[in-house]
Each structure stands twice: as C-alpha cells, then as structure tokens.
Write a protein that binds this ligand. Structure first.
Ligand SMILES: [Fe+2]
Length: 207
C-alpha cells in the first residue's frame, strides 16, 4: 500500500513550541455571554455576568487591600492584626475564585487583570503609603459596606431572574463572609480600655 502520509518539510517544525500562531488573539470577547445548557435564559445569564464582574472587581480590590494592610500594619496590635488581615485575605481569595468561575460557567468572561480591575472597582483607591490602624480598619469597613450593598442588590436581581446559583453564591458565600469580617473588624474600633480598668469603670459610672 502506498504511504500517503504527508511528511513535514522540516521535522523540527513539529517539535517547535508555537509561541505565536494563527489563532485569533481572543476567541471570546469580554462582555459577551455564550450559551451553556444550564437551564437559564440568556438574559438572566447576561445580567448575572455583568453583576458578578462588578462584585469580582470589588472583591479582588478588597482582597488586595487586606494584603496591603497585612504588610504595612504597625503598633501594639501588630501581630494580632497582621494575622487577622491575612486570614481575611485568604477568605476573600476563596471568594474571588468562586465568583470568577461562576462568571465562566454562566458563559461570560471574568475580569482578571489588575489594570482592568482598577478601571471597574467602586472601592476607593487607598494611598500608597502606610496608614495608622484606625484608618486601615475604617477603610476596610467602608469597602466591605460598598461591596455588601452591591451584593444585596445583585442577589435580589439574580433571584428575580431565576438564577438561583448566583443568588446562593452571593447570599451564602459573599454576603455571609463579608458580614462576618465586618463584625471582626468593627470590634477593634470599640474604645474598650486595655489597661487601667478602675479608671474606666469610674468613667462609666459618672456617665
Ligand atoms: Fe505574610
């Protein structure tokens, strides 16, 4: 039988990694939503993808704000806050992955890179320098509240559109995690005296 197999002109051509190629630069445009068989209307998927990309940009920003504070914290509560900030960072990182993957499974494209996140986030840009602890905590609480307001609105919309999965992710994971972190942080701003309890009690009685 005649061998019809086409031999490459240069065998090394096959072994050479294709660092650039003929494939288009993108095969799905950001902002587009392709159809997957998940029992949801196209309109519902588009609305959820749009809302989740906002939540994702804000969650990535909040996550990075925690790492900034983890590195730059100072003062008597250094170790406690250094560790707490990193714990919250890790929980936000979990959420980032869950939100991004839900966007993809809805047929969308998740926002990913820092430049794109910076353009979309609603969280205020912090200064590059170090801030004192009360400012760090206030800044985090403001960011959490901004994010929570967006999540409540988006969860309600997803529920109305029949997108139960997005509603569940926002309510059970994103909202619950953020509320919990707000509680932990906000208790640091209650002016409970660490020393001189008698003086503090006397002050409380005078009030
Ligand atoms: Fe660290």
């Amino acid at each position: 039988m005649k061998n019809t197999r086409k031999e490459p002109k240069d065998t090394n051509e096959i072994a050479t990694p294709r660092t650039t190629g003929d494939a288009p630069a993108e095969f799905q445009r950001f902002g587009s939503v392709v159809r997957l068989p998940i029992g949801l209307d196209q309109k519902a998927c588009e609305a959820s993808v749009d809302a989740l990309n906002q939540v994702l940009a804000d969650t990535i920003t909040l996550r990075d704000l925690y790492k900034k504070h983890h590195w730059q914290v100072s003062g008597a509560t250094f170790l406690q806050l250094h560790e707490l900030y990193d714990k919250h960072y890790a929980a936000q990182q979990e959420l980032v992955d869950q939100i991004a993957e839900r966007i993809q499974l809805l047929g969308g494209v998740s926002v990913a890179m820092a430049q794109d996140v910076a353009e979309r986030t609603q969280i205020e840009r912090p200064p590059m320098g170090r801030e004192p602890v009360p400012n760090q905590i206030s800044r985090l609480l403001t960011a959490h509240e901004q994010l929570l307001r967006t999540c409540h609105e988006s969860a309600g919309d997803a529920g109305k559109n029949g997108d139960d999965g997005t509603n569940d992710l926002l309510v059970s994971d994103v909202i619950r995690t953020n509320e919990f972190q707000v509680w932990f942080l906000s208790q640091h701003l209650v002016p409970t005296p660490v020393t001189e309890p008698e003086e503090a009690m006397a002050g409380a009685e005078r009030r």
